[in-house]
Write a protein that binds this ligand. Structure first.
Ligand SMILES: [Ca+2]
Length: 298
């Protein structure tokens, strides 16, 4: 099951930040309602709600960069829940806030809080939305049926490794949060994110030896309105283009069979079309067999 989340350290920091902002916003809210001072009004645009795998995702854009959280509750003005950001490393204007286990088919009131780097807290007007009738069930299960047989040779624990990458979010090392290695660690809760490479994002994955590669899997990341790869180009080690593949959204791994198997010890994946921004991948898989001669020698 896919979880939109972050590594534990980032999560902890975010939790602390969230609590700090929650405290500020709570008292700020009291101050605003009692004396109408201290808290400026936040104008968030493009507010969008989506429901996946039991998560409620609130995405929107703010004019000023900062960190956001979305306070939620079933009664107007009373907020019991907080949707936190899934990408907290640095102030930003495109926000993607996630909360698990809201009740399905239920009306929630919300208020968006923005903490700016200057220490200002802004809050939006109250809005409301209704959760999906079957929020927990909104998950595809085509993955298992389409998954190729055999070993995923791109997987880190199977000898896969990162040969190169266009960039990692915030300049992170490949083996850190948002680094390229997060795309081959077998963990759906970690993601490689480029640092705003959009359609120019690419990643090269090497295998422990040359294989007859016949299929790939690619699971694009998303930040709601951006960061999603729509079309993927795949090249072999010698630069031969093996095909372009249309991705059908960020919900799950999507598998593709190559027109013909190719002998190669690495693959390069390029974003050919995307919704821009911090494009990247949750997971990338590669399937292949050893050449006949090696199979016979085993
Ligand atoms: Ca991963």
């Amino acid at each position: 099951m896919k979880k939109v989340s972050m590594n534990k350290n980032a999560g902890l920091l975010l939790l602390i930040a969230a609590i700090a902002i929650a405290a500020t916003s709570f008292f700020g809210y009291q101050a605003a309602t009692q004396s109408r001072s201290g808290v400026s009004e936040l104008d968030a645009s493009g507010i969008d709600f989506s429901f996946k795998n039991g998560n409620t995702i609130v995405s929107f854009t703010t004019e000023q960069p900062g960190f956001c959280q979305v306070l939620l509750g079933t009664k107007s003005g009373a907020y019991d829940f907080v949707a936190v950001e899934s990408m907290p490393e640095g102030p930003h204007t495109e926000h993607y806030n996630v909360i698990e286990n809201l009740k399905p088919d239920t009306n929630y009131f919300y208020r968006i809080m923005l903490g700016t780097t200057g220490g200002n807290v802004l809050q939006s007007k109250e809005g409301s939305f209704t959760t999906s009738p079957n929020a927990a069930a909104d998950t595809g299960d085509k993955q298992a049926a389409q998954k190729p047989t055999g070993t995923n040779i791109a997987l880190l624990s199977n000898g896969g490794r990162i040969l190169g990458v266009s960039s990692n979010y915030g300049g992170a090392a490949n083996d850190r949060n948002w680094g390229a290695q997060m795309a081959i660690d077998g963990d759906p809760s970690t993601e490689w994110s480029s640092d705003g490479d959009g359609n120019n994002a690419w990643i090269e994955i090497g295998f422990d030896k040359a294989y007859q590669v016949n299929a790939i899997g690619f699971w694009t990341r998303t930040m709601g309105t951006s960061a999603e790869i729509k079309k993927l180009r795949v090249l072999s080690a010698d630069g031969t283009e093996l095909g372009s593949f249309d991705l059908q959204g960020p919900d799950e791994m999507q598998y593709f069979t190559l027109k013909e198997p190719v002998s190669t010890d690495s693959l390069r994946f390029e974003a050919a079309d995307s919704s821009g921004g911090n494009t990247g991948a949750v997971e990338i898989e590669v399937f292949g067999s050893l050449p006949m001669v090696e199979q016979n020698n085993r």
